[in-house]
Design a binder for this molecule. Structure first.
Ligand code: FUB
Ligand code: ZN
Length: 648
């Protein structure tokens, strides 16, 4: 069920998304040749194709985001871009449904090559997702028809095939599951399930991957020769120059680790069949998409046999392989998980797409289990690991996200691999779909976000002060019928006391027991719980909630290297950091914070209006902490999420 956002924090982020980010992204896609690639494939341009082999996916994610944005923020300029691009896709798509500009332009007549590497299915997946989103948002079927044609091609070419016919970058599974939802055609669901079930079953995977790398390199060389030949004929042609990316520090042996991970299949989640994948491994975006798809299959098919692996993976991720921000991926190059407790904040990769994939997975797990820990992690990753990816104004981004930065990182307008910006935009546009869920006799409030809900057993409006203040008011505007409905309110892991009043009458608070063993990273969603309020609701009933939001200091587990004596400052769902620009004259990496000095202070003039946390070092120097997601919005700087508290 979807709610519409109202005023306040997330509505403002949606406005930035709709007014700035989506237009900025379109300009970048044009500037760097991504849209032109479709004109070339459609025979409308004779320029050389630009960008990586999977560049199409960035345009599809943009279309997906634009379609979702149009629902709540209609804009004729955006509608024109969307409609023009859909018309272009119709021209670029081959009559049999295939649409992948890399092959169409460079290797006409070839397809489904090097499936572990070249991302054909990943790109088709994003095309299909765009079609579904556009249909869901607008009721129009023009893009959906293109998506269905592509999906039918894939069904014909892949149905009944085995382990070697699975994608190296998961995503098509989610797309097919969403297409099944809107078309009701079982064959899409079955193919998604086949892709998930067939992973990790190729006994000759290592040989196959070596062959694919070699063939993929051979094909890249051909592409280079084609571009060079074009330049000889057209000396005036200048290939696009992508902006340099940010410094991504990595452990010394990361390249060897990447090779080993790839050969053993872990990088691609091809090392074991799905029910034996109980540890997060490899590329963290791919991992998250696989988990999201498997969880959705488990939910829709009622397949409980998938749950132990999903639950074990989740536990292992949260307890041993996740940064305090909810960021995922400890290793650049691999763009993926390191070993247990390998959580160096300077080499943290934490790509926003990995956090977004985790949101999708956690949403599914929340639906299956009814456990609050999944919605808690969703919130934490939304505000921290995902939000950090998009600049305050919506036109600059971060790709890799260290938790400690001594320099070398600025927000960029675009990237050589621009997978995150439009991925963030499509989730931002859909935040209203992740707040509530309902069953016949219950309504679950997963997130406290100002919104209006006009479907389900209760119609209501919510005003929430989060992430800055802990006051929430839910007012029932209409009820489906007079039967009692259970309202399940999440008691966040970060809350001190949770005071709830229904029509002015206070309910008892039950603080849940602390989880058994602390996590490696320091944040632990397992302390969250749902508080149930059951009654025959009436229009005008009001639930008022007050969350105590103390400044908390989280600590990494002692088994994590380099964190002894250090803390991360948090308040409510926000992780805070010290940024050099706010702390002139202080060595933020060496300063020792006085734990008793920390207090929240509203600052309407800082970064568009925030609650900062101020304090002092033990020798009396002033300290200012800002929310981590807002760092590096004011030019180059240094930053740390981990701050010294004790001398070690
Ligand atoms: O490979 C496609 C996308 O680009 C991945 O999800 C990102 O990690 C980046 O490599
Ligand atoms: Zn990304």
């Amino acid at each position: 069920m979807r709610a519409t956002l109202k005023r306040d924090f997330w509505y403002q982020r949606q406005q930035v998304n709709a007014r700035q980010a989506i237009f900025h992204q379109w300009r970048q896609l044009e500037k760097y040749g991504c849209i032109e690639n479709f004109r070339i494939a459609a025979g409308l341009s004779d320029k050389p194709r630009e960008g990586l082999f999977f560049a199409d996916s960035d345009a599809y994610k943009w279309l997906d985001a634009a379609a979702r944005i149009q629902r709540d923020f209609p804009d004729p300029r955006l509608a024109q871009l969307v409609d023009g691009f859909i018309a272009l896709l119709a021209q670029a798509q081959m009559p049999d449904g295939y649409l992948f500009t890399y092959n169409q332009v460079h290797f006409p007549g070839t397809r489904w090559h090097n499936l572990q590497i070249e991302h054909e299915l990943y790109c088709h997946g994003h095309l299909i997702e765009a079609g579904v989103s556009h249909y869901q948002a607008s009721g129009r079927s023009d893009l959906l028809e293109i998506a269905v044609k592509a999906a039918d091609r894939i069904v014909s070419d892949f149905r009944g095939k085995g382990a070697t016919f699975t994608p190296g970058h998961e995503e098509i599974e989610i797309a097919l599951l969403r297409l099944h939802e809107v078309t009701g055609r079982a064959t899409y669901f079955e193919l998604a399930r086949q892709f998930v079930e067939q992973r990790g079953r190729d006994p000759l995977f290592a040989l196959s991957i070596l062959r694919q790398f070699s063939d993929s390199n051979r094909r890249s060389e051909i592409v280079k020769q084609q571009t060079a030949a074009y330049r000889q004929l057209h000396p005036e042609f200048k290939p696009v120059q992508f902006p340099a990316g940010n410094l991504a520090r990595a452990p010394r042996n990361v390249r060897q680790r990447w090779y080993l991970s790839a050969l053993g299949g872990k990088y691609f989640q091809q090392h074991a069949p799905i029910r034996r994948q109980s540890v997060p491994e490899g590329h963290s975006v791919r991992f998250g998409y696989l988990m999201a798809a498997a969880a959705r299959i488990a939910r829709e098919a009622g397949d409980a046999s998938l749950l132990p692996a999903l639950e074990d993976s989740w536990q292992r991720m949260v307890t041993r392989r996740m940064f305090v921000t909810g960021g995922l991926g400890a290793l650049a190059e691999l763009e993926g998980f390191g070993n247990d407790d390998e959580l160096d904040p300077e080499t943290a990769y934490c790509e926003p797409c990995a956090a977004l994939a985790s949101l999708m997975w956690n949403w599914e797990m929340a639906q299956i289990s009814g456990a609050a820990q999944y919605s808690d992690l969703f919130e934490w990753q939304l505000y921290n690991a995902a939000s950090v990816g998009m600049g305050a104004e919506g036109n600059s981004y971060l790709y890799n996200n260290p938790l400690v930065c001594r320099g070398g990182v600025t927000r960029k307008a675009w990237f050589w691999v621009p997978c995150c910006p439009s991925n963030l935009s499509r989730i931002w546009a859909d935040v209203g779909g992740y707040i509530y869920s309902s069953q016949a006799d219950s309504l679950t409030v997963h997130q406290y976000i100002s919104s209006e809900l006009t479907e389900g057993p209760l119609r209501l409006t919510m005003r929430s002060g989060l992430p800055w203040q802990g006051s929430v008011r839910i007012e029932i505007s209409a009820v489906e019928d007079t039967r009692p409905v259970k309202v399940l309110l999440r008691r966040p892991s970060w809350a001190g006391a949770m005071r709830v009043r229904v029509n002015g009458e206070a309910l008892p608070d039950h603080a849940p027991a602390a989880p058994p063993e602390p996590t490696s990273g320091g944040y632990d969603p397992r302390g969250a719980a749902f508080l149930s309020v059951e009654r025959a609701w009436q229009a005008g009933d009001a639930v008022e909630i007050d969350f105590e939001m103390p400044v908390r200091r989280l600590r990494a587990h002692p088994r994590v290297k380099g964190h002894a004596g250090k803390v991360t400052v948090t308040r409510g769902p926000l992780v805070y950091c010290l940024e050099s620009v706010d702390n002139p004259g202080v060595d933020i990496f060496e300063a020792r914070v006085d734990p008793n000095s920390l207090e929240p202070v509203e600052d309407p003039s800082l970064l568009g209006g925030i609650v900062k946390i101020v304090g002092k070092t033990v020798d009396g120097q002033p300290l200012t902490f800002i929310p981590y997601w807002l760092w590096v919005n004011r030019g180059a700087s240094q930053m740390t999420v981990w701050v010294k508290e004790q001398e070690i």
